[in-house]
Ligand binder design. Structure first.
Ligand code: GRF
Length: 184
């Protein structure tokens, strides 16, 4: 199974996905970012992987930008498109063309807290539990059928940073394993 990993930032999930390729029997055939400054680009270089960069700031129209992504995806023909901290919403034409093949990980127990600042929002709400969700992507933000969730109990000493660390530790473990269960 060939996957392409999309990211926008530091890329710690990207790294764990690359690192676990052999263990779980999938192949990262390419990586993609919208952000020329993304730290994850160095992770790709360190692993000898091609990273395609298309800067979204060079486009005024989201659909035009996504058409470029579609061309790129057609050139590599991945089985799955794995979003790992990719901070843009796909337009419906792109989602329709790759229906059932786009997977995202979101740091909350969806349907709670789509969007940003999920850790602070869980604390503000006084939630007992927090966690992460792996789901198929639709053109709605952080929506789509849930594939897997994992939760943990919030402790009184937790703050947004400690919650982020705990979530990433879980994500680095469950995202590669869940990718290996996907079937084309
Ligand atoms: C992860 O927590 C993921 O759930 C969210 O963005 C974060 C990406 O972190 N979508 P990293 O770039 O993989 O470190």
């Amino acid at each position: 199974m060939r996957i392409v990993v999309f990211f926008s930032g530091t890329g710690t999930n990207l790294e764990s996905i690359i690192h676990n390729q052999k263990k779980y029997g999938y192949e990262v055939c390419a990586c993609f970012t919208n952000n020329p400054q993304a730290g994850g680009i160095h992770i790709c270089e360190d692993h000898g992987l091609e990273c395609k960069v298309i800067d979204n700031n060079h486009f005024t129209d989201r659909v035009e930008y996504d058409k470029e992504i579609d061309l790129y995806l057609n050139s590599i023909e991945p089985d799955f498109i794995i979003l790992a901290g990719y901070m843009r919403i796909f337009s419906s034409c792109l989602v329709d063309n790759w229906e059932g093949q786009i997977v995202n990980i979101h740091p909350s127990l969806l349907p709670k807290y789509p969007g940003l600042n999920t850790h602070q929002r869980a604390l503000d709400a006084g939630d007992k539990y927090h966690g992460t969700t792996i789901h198929f992507v639709t053109s709605e933000l952080d929506d789509g059928p849930i594939i897997r969730q994992e939760s943990f109990e919030i402790e009184p000493s937790d703050d947004p940073n400690s919650l982020m660390d705990k979530i990433k530790e879980i994500e680095h473990r469950i995202y590669p394993e869940t990718i290996s269960f996907l079937n084309k």
